[in-house]
Design a protein around this ligand. Structure first.
Ligand code: ADQ
Length: 751
C-alpha cells in the first residue's frame, strides 16, 4: 500500500522565523471535520428530554407528567414565586382584585388566605399523584426488566428469535435453570437496596461487593434530589435538573459497550490499547453504565468467570466462549475467553498470511470476538443482571471489530430485535482494513445479500472483501480520532481506497481528538518514576524533577550522565507510518550535534535492525532499544527533553500528548492529529507547544529540530515557557468523553 504523506498540505513560507517559527495555516487551508446531523427521524417512542429555560430554584413549582406530557396544576396559573405567597388568583379574579384595591383590603386578605389553603391542598394532592405515578412507572420498569431477562434466557437456550440465525447456544443449562439464575440474581439485586454505589464506584452504603446498576445510579441521583427518570420509557417523571449542569449524561444516560482487540493494561500493542483502557472510564465518570469487551489473551489476575459459557459458529467450527468480568474504576471489563486467543498477545494482529490469511488466524479471532460481544448485553449479568438493549450503544474500534455493526444489523435489527440499539465505529487507523478474497465471505455467517456490503474495488486490491468498508457502511455513526485525520480520510491520499465510502458517510462522520489517561500518564504520580533514581514531579518541580529523571535514564541506558546535553526520544511501532527511517536518514546530521538519542520500538525486522545499527555506529550518544517496554516508554517520556514524531500519517498520536504532559517538547510532522495537537512555536508571542514540519522528509525534520535545539540551548526562558504551556493543558479524556457522548446521543436518536 502506498504511503500517505507530505502532500496533504502546502509547504511553509521559505523564510522561517527565528527559532523556526512559521505561520499556522489559514482556517481555509486547515482540515476540518464536517459532521452534519441530517435531521434524522427521531425514535417515535422515546421523548427527547428538552432543557427548559432557567427558573430560579425557589420559583420552581412541581410539575407532573402523564404519559410523557408535562403539565402544571391548573390552580398554579398566575403563580410567580413559591415563597412569596401572592398572585394566587386565577387570571379573571386577579383583574377584579386590582379594581377593588383600597376598597376592601380585609376581603383581599381573606381571599389570599383561602387561596393559600387551596394551593397547599393542591400541592399535597399533586405530590400524592406524583408518588403514585412514580410507583406505577417503577412497576412498569421492573416488569420490563423481568421480560427482558426471560427473553434473553430463552434466546440463550437455543430458542432463536428468527429462523436461520447464527446465534449462540447456551451450554448445557436448562431453560428453567437459566431463567431462575438470572431472575434470582435480579430479584436479589432489587431487594438489596443497601448496595448502591455511586457512578465513581465508591460505596454509598451497605456491605455488598458488587456495584450498582444503571437503575441504582438513577436512584442514587434521585436520593440527592437532582432528578428522577424512567429510563425504560425515556421520559421524565419529575425533573429538577440543575440548569448549569454540563453533563448531558444527566439527561441521556446510556448503556455503552466498547469492543476492541486490545485494552491496556491487559493487552497493548499501541494506541488503541490505551484508548480502550481509558475512554470507558471517562464515559462511566459521566454517569453511563459502561462495559469494555476485549479478548482474554492470557491469565489475568482480576477477572472472574461470569454467566454461562456460550457456543458460537466460526467458519463452520463450533467454539465455546467463557466470559470473564472485572469491575474496575466504574467499568465492567469483560474478557472473551477461548483457546483461539491464548498466547497471541505479542502478535494480536498476526497470523499465517501465506496460506489463507483471514481464515487461518485473525479473521477467526475477530469473528468470534464480534459474535460474543454482540450477545454480551444478554448473557453477561454484570452486577447481577444484564445490560439488555435499553439505551444501548456499541462502540467498535478499527476493522477488527467492524463486523460488530454488521452482526447487530443482520442478526438482530433486520429481524425486529434490538431495534433501538446503535453502533458507532471509530477509525484509529485506516491503513489496516481487513482485506481478503471475496470467497472468505462464506466464513462470516451472514445472509448472502450482505455480500455487497463487503465487496470493494480499488487500485490497491482490485475486487476484494473489505471488512472495514462493511463496518463503515453499517455503523450508525462514524468517528475518527482527530479533526485533521477526519479531513485526510476523505482524500484519495489519506483514505487508502476507502475515501469514497467515507465521503458517502460524511453525514454521520466526525473527528474527536483522543484524550489521555491522566492517572497512568502523569508525572506527579507515575509509578514508573518511583524507583531507580527517577522522581515524580509537577509543574512547580519540573526543573529539578526532569533533571533527576534525565540523569536516571542516562544511567539506566549507559549513556554519559550530562544535564546540559539535550536528549531526543522516539517511541513507536517500527513501520512505515511512524517515519523512523527518516530519523535514520537524518542521523549523520543529528549525531554531529551535541545530543543524545534514545529510540524505542518494535515491528518490522529491517527497522529493528536499523535501530541496532544506529546504536552500534554512535554508541556514545545513541541507544536503540528493540522491544516493547511500557516502563521504559514512561521513563523516556519523563527523562528526555525532545520527542521526535516524523510520522508519515498519524490519526491522532498519543506520544506527543504524553510528552507535553511531562514537559517534553514535541517536534512533529504536521499531519493528522499531530497537526491538531501541537501548535507551532511562535517566539514573537511566546506561544505554541513545539515545532512542526510540513513534509515528511529528513531535511524538513532537520530544519525543525535545528530550531528546537537552538531554543533549548540559547533561549532558556522560551524553553521553560514551551514546557509550561505543554504541561498546563487539559489533555484528559474528560473533554473527549463529552464529545463522544454527544455522538452516542445523536446515534441513539437517529432512526
Ligand atoms: N516499543 C514500545 N514500547 C512501549 N510502548 C510503546 C512502544 N511502541 C509504542 N508504544 C506505546 O503505544 C502507544 C502508541 O500510541 P500511538 O498513538 O502512537 O498509537 P498507534 O499508532 O499504535 O495507534 C493508532 O491509534 C491511536 C489511538 O487512537 C492513534 O493515536 C494513532 O494515531 C493511531 O495510529 C503509546 O502509548 C506508546 O507509548
Amino acid at each position: 500500500m502506498a504511503a500517505t504523506s507530505s502532500s496533504f498540505f502546502a509547504p511553509p513560507p521559505a523564510a522561517l522565523l527565528r527559532h523556526g517559527a512559521s505561520p499556522r495555516p489559514t482556517a481555509a487551508a486547515s482540515p476540518s471535520s464536517s459532521f452534519r446531523c441530517h435531521g434524522r427521524l427521531q425514535r417515535p417512542s422515546v421523548r427527547v428530554p428538552r432543557r427548559r429555560p432557567a427558573i430560579p430554584a425557589a420559583a420552581r413549582p412541581v410539575r407532573f407528567c402523564v404519559n410523557g406530557v408535562y403539565g402544571w396544576p391548573a390552580v398554579l396559573r398566575g403563580w410567580t414565586k413559591r415563597g412569596s405567597r401572592k398572585c394566587l388568583c386565577a387570571a379573571g379574579a386577579h383583574d377584579d382584585a386590582v379594581n377593588q384595591v383600597g376598597e376592601d383590603a380585609d376581603h383581599d386578605d381573606d381571599d389570599v388566605r383561602v387561596s393559600n389553603e387551596a394551593l397547599r391542598a393542591t400541592i399535597r394532592k399533586s405530590r400524592e399523584v406524583l408518588a403514585m405515578h412514580r410507583d406505577l412507572l417503577d412497576q412498569i420498569s421492573e416488569k420490563k426488566k423481568l421480560i427482558s431477562v426471560i427473553e434473553a434466557s430463552s434466546i440463550h437456550n437455543g430458542q432463536e428469535p428468527f429462523s436461520g440465525s447464527p446465534f449462540s447456544r447456551s451450554d448445557a443449562v436448562s431453560e428453567g435453570e437459566e431463567i431462575g439464575y438470572d431472575l434470582q440474581m435480579y430479584l436479589d439485586r432489587r431487594s438489596q437496596k443497601s448496595e448502591i454505589r455511586s457512578t465513581h464506584g465508591e460505596s454509598i452504603s451497605g456491605q455488598h461487593e458488587y456495584y450498582g446498576s444503571l437503575e441504582d445510579k438513577l436512584s442514587y441521583t434521585d436520593v440527592n434530589g437532582s432528578y428522577s427518570k424512567d429510563y425504560e420509557k425515556g421520559h421524565s417523571v419529575t425533573e429538577e435538573i440543575d440548569d448549569n449542569s454540563s453533563s448531558s449524561a444527566a439527561v441521556d444516560v446510556m448503556n455503552i459497550i466498547l469492543v476492541a482487540a486490545e485494552c491496556a493494561p491487559w493487552s497493548k500493542t499501541g494506541g488503541l490499547g490505551d484508548v480502550a483502557g481509558a475512554l470507558p472510564k471517562a464515559l462511566s465518570k459521566r454517569g453511563h453504565r459502561v462495559m469494555a469487551i476485549v479478548p482474554m489473551y492470557g491469565n489475568y489476575e482480576e477477572p472472574r468467570q461470569i454467566g454461562e459459557p456460550k457456543r458460537y459458529q466460526v467458519a463452520g467450527q463450533d467454539m465455546e466462549v467463557k466470559y470473564y468480568h472485572a469491575y474496575i474504576d466504574g467499568v465492567d471489563f469483560v474478557f472473551i475467553d477461548n483457546p483461539i486467543f491464548h498466547n497471541v498477545e505479542s502478535e494480536i494482529y498476526g497470523g499465517d498470511r501465506t496460506v489463507n490469511f483471514f481464515l487461518q488466524d485473525i479473521l477467526k479471532r475477530m469473528i468470534l470476538l464480534c459474535k460474543a460481544a454482540v450477545e454480551a448485553p444478554w448473557c453477561v449479568p454484570c452486577g447481577g443482571f444484564c445490560y439488555g438493549d435499553g439505551n444501548l450503544v456499541f462502540i467498535a474500534n478499527d476493522w477488527h471489530t467492524a463486523l460488530l455493526p454488521v452482526y447487530l444489523k443482520a442478526y438482530y435489527r433486520d429481524n425486529g430485535f434490538m431495534i433501538y440499539a446503535r453502533s458507532v465505529l471509530v477509525i484509529h487507523n485506516i491503513a489496516h482494513q481487513g482485506r481478503g478474497p471475496l470467497d472468505d465471505f462464506s466464513y462470516l455467517d451472514l445472509p448472502s445479500n450482505y455480500l455487497d456490503l463487503f465487496k470493494h474495488h480499488d487500485p490497491f486490491g482490485g475486487d476484494h472483501l473489505n471488512i472495514f468498508a462493511a463496518g463503515i457502511k453499517a455503523a450508525d455513526r462514524l468517528l475518527t480520532v482527530s479533526h485533521g485525520y477526519a479531513w485526510e480520510l476523505k482524500t484519495p491520499e489519506g483514505g487508502w481506497g476507502l475515501h469514497g465510502i467515507i465521503n458517502e458517510s460524511d453525514w454521520k462522520f466526525q473527528g474527536i481528538v483522543n484524550g489521555i489517561d491522566t492517572t497512568d500518564w502523569n508525572p506527579r504520580c507515575d509509578v514508573h518514576l518511583k524507583s531507580d533514581g527517577y522522581s515524580n514531579y509537577s509543574l512547580v518541580t519540573v526543573e529539578t524533577g526532569k533533571a533527576q529523571c534525565k540523569a536516571a535514564l542516562q544511567k539506566e541506558l549507559g549513556l554519559p550522565v550530562r544535564g546540559d546535553v539535550p536528549v531526543i526520544a522516539f517511541i513507536g511501532r517500527l513501520d512505515n507510518q511512524k517515519g523512523v527511517d527518516l530519523i535514520a536518514e537524518a542521523m549523520p546530521w543529528i549525531a554531529g550535534q551535541d545530543v543524545q538519542v534514545i529510540l524505542l520500538g518494535t515491528g518490522r525486522q529491517d527497522l529493528e535492525d536499523t535501530l541496532r545499527r544506529l546504536e552500534s555506529q554512535h554508541y556514545d550518544r545513541v541507544r536503540g532499544w528493540v522491544g516493547f517496554s511500557v516502563r521504559l516508554a514512561h521513563r523516556m517520556t519523563a527523562g528526555t527533553d525532545i520527542l521526535l514524531m516524523p510520522s508519515r500519517f498519524e490519526p491522532c498520536g498519543l506520544n506527543q500528548l504524553y510528552a507535553m504532559m511531562y514537559g517534553t517538547v514535541p517536534v512533529v510532522h504536521a499531519v493528522g492529529g499531530l497537526r491538531d495537537t501541537v501548535q507551532h512555536y511562535n517566539p514573537y508571542e511566546e506561544a505554541g507547544l513545539g515545532w512542526t514540519f510540513e513534509n515528511a522528509e529528513a531535511n524538513r525534520m532537520i530544519d525543525a529540530l535545528g530550531h528546537c535545539l537552538n531554543t533549548y540551548r540559547n533561549y532558556k526562558s522560551s524553553w521553560e515557557g514551551l514546557r509550561r504551556r505543554g504541561m498546563m493543558q487539559d489533555l484528559s479524556w474528560d473533554t473527549a468523553a463529552k464529545r463522544y457522548e454527544e455522538v452516542l446521543v445523536a446515534a441513539k436518536y437517529q432512526w
